[in-house]
Design a protein around this ligand. Structure first.
Ligand code: ZN
Length: 254
């Protein structure tokens, strides 16, 4: 793949709309071409920014009523009978209401919710860590090395565990910036897959079972446990992510 082809498929690649063989060729080009890698990162960043700053706006009542009046068909009252007038008035109001409803629905459907924005951020962080080959600030499978590294860098102590015996060795830990705060990210490996687990305290969060999602070809799993919010992301299967969640939960209860 050359840079021209890479530029043509940039949006489709980021949206996960390219077929597997094209995705593979794209990823290969990105490892070799810093210019296209930079373009990719910039677009991801731009999208994350747009989504995090987008707000749902509903039309003010006054404006909505004015729109309904403007959209109603303009016919002189004298040219239609009383019942005919009522019919076109009803029809006019109905179509105006449909138009207003369609606009509201379109706005509501196009703008992402909070959890979707967060998922975008998580995938972007995961993607950046893979592109820049920067999974860990402290690269070690020893929790005695990784856990103390976070001390003084965060206002909480993340649980750090290695699951080598269960096929999920710890690669290390790093700081990341998600949901407008600095958070702990732990990187794990499972066979050929890399996994990022982001965790931060959320005192309002009730314990939950995992909520799975798929975004841009990555699987995500979110859950809360003991006042902490967890977000795991990887290209491995949802079932394998669920297995890692089980290991993290069991370790937290020890
Ligand atoms: Zn290129």
């Amino acid at each position: 793949m050359d840079c021209t082809e890479a530029k043509n498929y940039l949006s489709a690649y980021i949206d996960g709309e390219t077929d597997p063989s094209l995705s593979a060729r794209y990823a290969q080009h990105l490892t070799a071409c810093s210019e296209c890698r930079h373009a990719c990162e910039e677009l991801l960043q731009l999208r994350a920014t747009l989504k995090s700053t987008a707000r749902v706006h509903t039309l003010p009542v006054q404006l909505r009523m004015q729109l309904q009046r403007e959209l109603a068909p303009k016919k002189p009252e004298s040219s239609v009978s009383k019942s005919g007038f009522r019919t076109w008035l009803n029809a006019g109001l109905l179509s105006a209401c449909s138009a207003a409803l369609a606009m509201t629905l379109t706005l509501a459907l196009t703008l992402p919710g909070k959890s979707e924005v967060l998922d975008q951020e998580i995938v972007a962080s995961h993607y950046r860590s893979l592109l820049a080959n920067h999974l860990a600030d402290v690269a070690s499978s020893d929790h005695h090395t990784v856990k103390p590294w976070f001390t003084g860098k965060l206002d909480y102590a993340p649980a750090v565990n290695d699951f080598s015996a269960d096929g999920f060795p710890l690669i290390g830990g790093r700081l990341d910036y998600v949901d407008k705060r600095t958070v702990a990210a732990l990187a794990y490996r499972h066979n050929n897959h890399l996994i990022n687990v982001f965790m931060w305290p959320d005192s309002t969060a009730k314990a939950t079972t995992g909520t799975a999602a798929t975004l841009q070809g990555f699987n995500l799993l979110q859950w809360n446990d003991a006042g902490m919010s967890y977000h795991a992301v990887s290209d491995m299967s949802a079932a394998e992510l669920e297995k890692l969640r089980g290991l993290l939960l069991a370790a937290a209860q020890k």
